[in-house]
Design a protein around this ligand. Structure first.
Ligand code: ZN
Length: 784
C-alpha cells in the first residue's frame, strides 16, 4: 500500500509568489508508508533535469468521486476541503495525475528540479524543516509524481543522497520490525502492519494525504520466509581500506593477470571501493570477537582480548565463542568485570573467511609457500575472492597473496544458453566421464576427453559444451591415439642403441626433428602462458594432420620395405622414437591417462640423465631442450618448405592422372619436374639421386620415378599428357606425370627397369633384391 501525501512548504520555499501561499509538495512513497514517520522522511528528492509544475486543483470528475468509496483507492480528506492547496508535481505527469485523482489541474508555473534544490518544507508529522535535494536518475516520470521521499537510513540510493547532503541517518525500527521510541506515538507498532495503518490515519487527519491506493511494485522479500523485508541502517564493523588502497593498487601491478584485461577490472574495483563491511547478522559463521559494555555499549577489543580468544579458538574451534561464558572468554585483566560485558553476536563476512584462506594454507603446509603461484576462479571473483584475498594480505603482509591469477568465463550449453535443470541442458562432468543413463546418447568418454575439451576452449570468455562438441573431441582424441599407436607399433623392435646419430640422419629426418623441437617449444609456451587452446591447436595440426600427411606417409616405405636392420629404417625409427617420447610427455598434463597408457606400452626403457629409468610418464619430466635439432640450416628450412609445397602440387597432378585412368596408385607414376630457378632446379636434381634412399625425391612423392628436366622443349616432355604449372613460393615449377617406366616389383610395388634382371628373384627390384638377399630365409634359399 502507498499514499500520495502533501507536505507544507515552509517560508523558505520561495520560488515565486505562488509558493508563499499554500504551496505543497506531492510525492509518492516508493517504500511502505512507515517511511513517512517522524525522523525517517528526512528529505524529498527531485531530478534536477526534470521539469516540474506548480498546479492548482479545479473541479472533480464524477467517476473518481464514485470510486472514492473503493477501498483500494481513496482520496484524502484534504481533497474535500473547499480551499485546496497548490501542488508541485512533474510537468509531464500532469495529465496522468488528472486522470488518477479525477481533477482538472491548472499549471500556474513551471520550473526545473534544480531550481527546487535546498528549498525547504515542513514535515507533516514532526513539523521539522527538511530540504529538497537532488536525487539520481532513478527519479523518472514513468509513474508517481516525480518527487521521491528520501530516508537515508532505509535504502542504498537514499543513503548515498543522504551522505551527499549531510542528512542524519535515522532508523527508528528495532530488530523485530517495530517502531522504536524515537517514532513517538507510533512506538511499538509493527512497521509493516498496524504501524502502516496508524501512520496513514494520522497523515489524513493532518490533511496530508491526497490519495491512498494499493499498487504493485518490486520489493525485496526474504527468500526463505517469503515475507517482505525492510531496509534499515544499522551499526556495523568496517575494515577501512584507505590506509592501504595505494599499496593494494601497486601490488595488483606486480601480479600477472591472465587474461591481461583482468588487471584493469580489479584495479578499477579496488580504487573505487568503499570501506569493507565485515560484520553480518547471521545465525552461523565466524564470530567477530568483540565485547560490549552492557550499559555504555562501548566495544572492548584490543590485543589482549584478541590474543586470549585466539588461543581459545586455536584449541576449541570458533564455536567456543558461542558456548563459552564471557568470564572465560575475557583475559585475566578483565575477568573481574565480566558481568559488565556481553559478547558480540555479529559474524564475519564470509568473504573475510575465504579472503584469508591464504593465511591458513600458505606457509603452514609442506610444499606450499607464500605467495601462491596461482589463484584460479571465475571472472565474478574480481569483486569477490581475488579482492578479499588481496586486501587481507596487503593489510597484514603488505604483499599480494598470489603471483598470478587466472580468470575464466562460464560454461554454457552447445547453443550458448545458460545451463539449467528445467531446460535439461546441463552437462554433468560425471556423465561425460562415466556415461549417462542412456549410454547411446551419453556415452562414457572418460576423463581425458573432458580434459581435452577443457584445453580446446578459450576460457577467457564463456565456453560451450554439449553432445556434438564432445563427439568432435572424441574423434580428435581417437586420431591422436591412432598416431601414438602408429608410433608404438613401428617401434616394437626398437632398441635405444640402434639410434642413428643426428649428423648421419637423412635431411628429411633432421627436418622432422627440427619441426618436433619447435612444436615442443611452442607447446611449452602454451602451458607457460596458460593458453591451453594453443596447445590443442598445435596437437591437432601437427600431430594429427602434418605428421600423418607427410612424415608418416613417407615413412611407411622405409619401415616396411627397407629391411628390418637397414639404415633407412633405423634412421626413421630414431625420429619416430623421438616423437613418441616427446609427444607422450607434452600431452601428459592434458591427457594423463592416454600418456601413461603410452608410457606403460613403450617397447623400450626410457633412461633419464641420471641413469635411472622413468617408470611413469610424469617421472620422465618435460623433454629436455634439444638445441642440436634447431641447428637445421635456414636455407634447408626454406628448401624443405618448398619440397612440402611441391609435394602438394605433385599430388594434384597425380590426382588428375588418376581420374584420367592413367595410373591407379601413385607408384605407377613417373613425375617430371622443371624449375625455372636454377638453384631450385639443381637442388631437385641432387635429390633425385640422394646418397641415402630416404631423401630421394621419388620416395618423398611416393612415386616410382622422378626426373628433373633441363627444358620443356624435348619431344618426351611435350608428349606428357598430365601437366601443370605452379608457383612454389616464388618459383615457377612445371609438373608432368606419365606412367612409371619398367615393371612392378612384387615386394615394394615400385616400378623399375631392374625388375626381371635378377635371376634368383626375377620379380624384385634392385632394392628388394638386396634386402631379401641379406635377410633371405635359409629354407627358401635352399629350395632355390
Ligand atoms: Zn622392390
Amino acid at each position: 500500500m502507498s499514499a500520495v501525501c502533501t507536505l507544507k512548504a515552509s517560508e523558505t520555499l520561495s520560488v515565486d509568489n505562488y509558493c508563499t501561499l499554500v504551496t505543497e509538495i506531492v510525492l509518492k512513497t516508493c517504500h511502505p508508508i512507515e517511511d513517512l514517520t517522524r525522523d525517517r522522511l528526512l528529505a524529498v528528492a527531485v531530478n534536477a533535469k526534470l521539469q516540474y509544475a506548480v498546479v492548482e486543483v479545479k473541479s472533480f470528475s464524477e467517476d473518481v468521486l464514485m470510486s472514492a468509496g473503493n477501498k483500494k483507492k481513496r482520496l484524502g480528506a484534504v481533497m474535500n476541503e473547499p480551499k485546496k492547496p497548490f501542488f508541485i508535481v512533474a510537468y509531464d505527469l500532469v495529465p496522468t495525475i488528472e486522470t488518477k485523482w479525477g481533477v482538472k489541474l491548472i499549471v500556474k508555473k513551471t520550473l526545473f528540479g534544480s531550481d527546487l534544490e535546498n528549498c525547504r518544507y515542513v514535515h507533516p508529522i514532526n513539523n521539522r524543516e527538511c530540504p529538497v535535494v537532488i536525487g539520481g536518475d532513478y527519479i523518472t516520470t514513468e509513474s508517481g509524481t516525480g518527487l521521491v521521499h528520501t530516508a537515508p537510513g532505509h535504502g542504498q540510493e537514499d543513503y548515498m543522497t543522504g551522505l551527499k547532503y549531510g542528512l542524519p541517518i535515522y532508523s527508528p525500527v528495532d530488530d523485530d520490525g517495530k517502531f522504536t521510541e524515537e517514532a513517538g506515538q507510533f512506538s511499538g507498532l509493527d512497521v509493516l502492519g498496524d504501524g502502516n495503518i496508524a501512520v496513514v490515519k494520522y497523515l489524513d487527519e493532518k490533511m496530508s494525504i491526497v490519495m491512498e491506493e494499493s499498487y504493485e511494485h518490486k520489493y525485496p522479500y526474504d527468500w526463505r520466509t517469503k515475507k517482505p523485508t525492510i531496509f534499515r541502517a544499522t551499526e556495523q564493523w568496517f575494515a577501512s581500506v584507505e590506509g592501504f588502497r595505494q599499496a593494494a593498487l601497486e601490488a595488483i601491478g606486480n601480479v600477472k593477470w591472465i587474461p591481461a584485461q583482468a588487471e584493469n577490472r580489479i584495479s578499477a574495483m579496488t580504487s573505487s571501493r568503499s570501506d569493507w563491511c565485515i560484520s553480518r547478522q547471521r545465525t552461523w559463521g565466524l564470530p567477530i570477537p568483540v565485547f560490549y559494555h552492557v550499559s555504555s555499549k562501548e566495544p572492548l577489543m584490543n590485543k589482549e582480548t584478541i590474543d586470549h580468544i585466539k588461543s581459545i579458538i586455536a584449541q576449541k574451534g570458533s564455536d567456543a565463542w558461542w558456548y563459552m561464558r564471557v568470564e572465560d572468554l575475557l583475559p585475566d585483566k578483565y575477568r573481574s568485570k565480566a558481568s559488565e560485558y556481553e559478547k558480540g553476536t555479529d559474524t564475519m563476512d564470509v568473504w573475510f573467511d575465504s579472503g584469508s584462506s591464504w593465511a591458513a594454507v600458505l606457509g603452514k603446509r609442506d610444499g606450499l609457500s607464500f605467495p601462491a603461484d596461482l589463484y584460479l576462479e571465475g571472472t565474478d571473483q574480481h569483486r569477490g575472492w581475488f579482492q578479499s584475498s588481496l586486501l587481507t594480505s596487503i593489510a597484514t603482509k603488505g604483499k599480494a597473496p598470489y603471483s598470478s591469477v587466472v580468470t575464466h568465463g562460464f560454461v554454457l550449453d552447445e547453443k550458448g544458453s545458460k545451463m539449467s535443470k528445467s531446460l535439461g541442458n546441463v552437462v554433468d562432468p560425471r556423465n561425460v566421464i562415466a556415461g549417462g543413463q542412456n549410454q547411446k546418447e551419453a556415452p562414457a568418454y572418460g576423463a581425458d576427453i573432458l580434459r581435452l575439451w577443457v584445453s580446446s576452449v578459450d576460457y577467457t570468455g564463456d565456453v560451450m559444451i554439449g553432445p556434438q562438441i564432445l563427439r568432435q573431441m572424441s574423434d580428435i582424441y581417437r586420431k591422436l591415439r591412432g598416431t601414438l599407436r602408429y608410433l608404438l607399433g613401428n617401434l616394437h623392435d626398437w632398441k635405444v642403441e640402434n639410434a642413428v646419430s643426428y649428423h648421419e640422419l637423412p635431411m628429411i629426418d633432421q627436418h622432422a626433428l627440427f619441426q618436433l623441437e619447435n612444436v615442443v617449444r611452442n607447446i611449452r609456451e602454451g602451458y607457460e602462458s596458460y593458453q591451453f587452446f594453443k596447445i590443442f591447436q598445435i596437437i591437432q595440426r601437427f600431430v594429427i594432420v602434418d605428421l600423418s600427411n607427410f612424415y608418416f606417409d613417407v615413412a611407411k616405405d622405409r619401415l616396411y620395405v627397407g629391411g628390418t636392420a637397414s639404415f633407412t629404417r633405423r634412421s626413421c625409427q630414431t625420429v619416430l622414437a623421438a616423437h613418441l617420447l616427446s609427444l607422450a610427455r607434452v600431452i601428459s598434463p592434458i591427457l594423463p591417462h592416454l600418456a601413461e597408457d603410452v608410457w606403460q606400452n613403450l617397447p623400450f626403457k626410457y633412461t633419464m640423465e641420471d641413469g635411472s629409468i622413468a617408470e611413469f610418464v610424469f617421472e620422465a619430466k618435460w623433454p629436455a631442450s634439444n638445441e642440436k635439432w634447431l641447428t637445421f640450416p635456414v636455407e634447408e628450412i626454406d628448401f624443405w618448405g618448398k619440397i612440402l609445397e611441391l609435394r602438394t602440387e605433385v599430388n594434384k597432378v597425380l590426382e588428375v592422372a588418376r581420374t584420367g585412368k592413367l595410373i591407379g596408385s601413385s607408384l605407377e607414376a613417373k613425375v617430371f619436374l622443371h624449375a625455372s630457378d636454377a638453384t631450385l632446379a639443381s637442388r631437385l636434381l641432387e635429390m633425385c639421386s640422394a646418397s641415402n634412399d630416404a631423401d630421394t625425391l621419388h620416395r618423398i612423392f611416393l612415386t616410382s620415378q622422378v626426373e628433373v628436366v633441363p627444358s620443356l622443349g624435348n619431344e618426351v616432355v611435350q608428349n606428357i599428357q598430365y601437366t601443370g604449372e605452379y608457383l612454389v613460393q616464388e618459383d615457377r615449377v612445371w609438373i608432368g606425370v606419365s606412367r612409371a617406366e619398367g615393371s612392378k616389383c612384387e615386394r615394394c610395388w615400385n616400378y623399375s627397369h631392374q625388375v626381371g634382371s635378377f635371376m634368383e628373384h626375377p620379380t624384385l627390384c634392385g632394392r628388394c633384391f638386396n634386402v631379401v638377399g641379406t635377410q633371405a630365409t635359409p629354407v627358401m634359399a635352399a629350395v632355390n
